[in-house]
Ligand binder design. Structure first.
Ligand code: 5GP
Length: 123
């Protein structure tokens, strides 16, 4: 499958500095900022700076340095946001079935409250 990246998506605009964001952490390859509509006391979005549409795109085509930086930064944010002890959830929605709204890879780090079960049972 050929991945097609739309550089007009809202996170691309955040990366270019065209839209403000509440930055939590920034590294060479990764930016983390607070979700504009938080669904938990901690709700941080973590994105790679490179043009990747979704998780599988990133996992298959990003460099080792980008992947290491992204993964390590997610761990650092869990520590810095204080969700290690109480627990947290990481979600990455992809494509139509995953109901992905913004077509630039992002993982949600959610914590600070009991998040309930992951999904409703399939019908
Ligand atoms: P998705 O449904 O694609 O997994 O999640 C997209 C997330 O991006 C949503 O939780 C939404 O609240 C968040 N979001 C959308 N636009 C903006 C924005 O301009 N700034 C920030 N910080 N978050 C946004």
């Amino acid at each position: 499958m050929a991945y097609v990246y739309d550089d007009q998506n809202i996170f691309a605009k955040i990366l270019r500095g065209e839209i403000p964001n509440d930055t939590v952490m920034e590294t060479e390859h990764t930016l983390a900022f607070r979700d504009i509509q938080p669904q938990a006391p901690v709700h941080v979005l973590v994105i790679p700076k490179g043009p990747y549409v979704c998780y599988d795109h990133f996992a298959l085509e990003a460099s080792d340095a980008e992947i290491a930086d992204y993964t390590r930064t997610i761990g650092e944010i869990c520590k810095a946001e204080g969700v290690q002890d109480g627990g947290y959830r990481i979600i990455s929605n992809a494509g139509e079935a995953g109901v992905q709204e913004v077509p630039h890879l992002h993982i949600h780090i959610l914590g600070g409250r009991n998040l309930g079960r992951m999904l409703a049972p399939a019908r």
